[in-house]
Design a binder for this molecule. Structure first.
Ligand code: ZN
Length: 68
């Protein structure tokens, strides 16, 4: 199942010059999907450390489980 919330929201917000931030994730050898990411920040800045982000398995807008 796939929802189109991201596309719908981006269509509404593009006239105001902003859009949802998404990241590309590889879900299999042949498939890459665009997902909203939950970003983290480093508590203590350390050289070479990049805080990871999590990707959503459920749409944060409609609650549908996203395809994986
Ligand atoms: Zn949705």
């Amino acid at each position: 199942m796939k929802c189109d919330c991201i596309e719908k929201i981006n269509k509404l917000t593009e006239k105001d010059n902003y859009m949802l931030k998404t990241k590309m994730y590889r879900v299999s050898d042949t498939e890459i999907v665009s997902r909203i990411s939950l970003e983290t920040v480093a508590i203590e800045k350390k050289r070479g450390f990049r805080p990871p982000s999590f990707f959503m398995t459920y749409c944060p807008f409609c609650g549908i489980k996203l395809e994986d």
